[in-house]
Ligand binder design. Sequence first.
Ligand code: PLP
Length: 429
Amino acid sequence: MKKYHIETLALHAGQVPDPTTQACAVPVYRTTAFNFKSTEHAANLFGLKEFGNIYARLMNPTNDVLEQRLAELEGGAAALSLSSGTAAIFFAVTNILKQGDEMVAANNLYGGSYTQFDSLLPQYGINVRFTPVNDFNAVEKAINEKTKAIYIEAMGNPVLDFADIKEYSKLAKKYNLPLIVDSTFTPPTLLRPIEHGANIVIHSLSKWIGGHGVGIGGIVIDAGTFDWKDPKFTLYNEPDGGYHGLRFAHDLGEMNSLAFILRLRIVGLRNQGPTLAPDAAWQFIQGVETLALRVKQHSENALKVAQFLSNHPKVDWVRYPGLESDPSYPLASKYLKGGFGGMVVFGIKGGSEAGKKLVDNIELFSHLANVGDAKSLILHPASTSHAQLSDEAQRASGLIPELIRLSIGLEHIDDIIEALDDALNGKEL
Ligand SMILES: *Cc1c(COP(=O)(O)O)cnc(C)c1O
């Protein structure tokens, strides 16, 4: 098949005109189940001898377009959509690890991921060892015979430290571990982690991929590059009692390279049910169509905001990976193409209290806990999204109490800057 550019794939990949109606847009298949053509057809579908639709907990043609499109955008082999980014993370991790296993993760993760790993996974007997991002000695020390995966965010939330994906990938290869990358802050028009050695890529679709703040969803993309035959991956090498003794690393024939994503569908979706509704999948498809344009504009606006804030007398410090003075700049400029993303974080003189006042005063920006909307958003993470973390975990992840997080939207840049300037010059500050 012709190798199209990412802007083209975002509009066309995974879709053929609807065979019944010739509809141009992807239809929403609002159905719970699909008719079998015959008892033989039904048996083949259940026996994985033939691919096709059975029941909408497991697959839906609308979701299928989204999955194929994201797999192509990321340069992966296949993908699976789930009901949220959080579900995508949980089911991806527990599709590899079971009781007694361990994972090594960077410590600068999205607050919800950190909490899931730190306090929920231990309830399943899974232990996560957190190491400072890009501290490869610490990563190597944390790896032992129980370790089954390495987990990072390409650009950490909220401090925007950039992970050296290639170096993580080298260690993952050395110890024969899959590298999982949450790339939510770096959509595929900026970064394709698989090109740098990631085996599994995760997105919260709720953010830039959807792009309009209208729905919750997640997706897991499998590069199809990891060989699960090492007996330490017991979930892939021992017969699965839930699927008449299938050994996922061995018994899938030509599809052995897709063992991870097939298992995620067959065990994750089928037996645990975190399905993405087709209406939400359809909304995310609309978002994907304009992803390249939006991300470019988000990045352009965010850079201008970062430059404006850097020169503002009321501002103490600014972090944006696209500022040449930023500690993330060397890695971000090595990995990112065509922009540095839409996130800017900063602290103002007067610390945490002044920061909260700014959030209360600012116009135009929506004060809420989300990122990646077309609108500009503002949040004080230490008292909200990351408040459930202990002071120690906050400090370890680099979260400074006065940090204010901006997700820069698509409004006219002059209006965005004026709103920030007015709020910074407000009487209370
Ligand atoms: C929002 C977010 C998630 C969680 O996704 P939901 O769709 O909200 O469940 C995971 N990782 C990162 C980096 C996020 O920003």
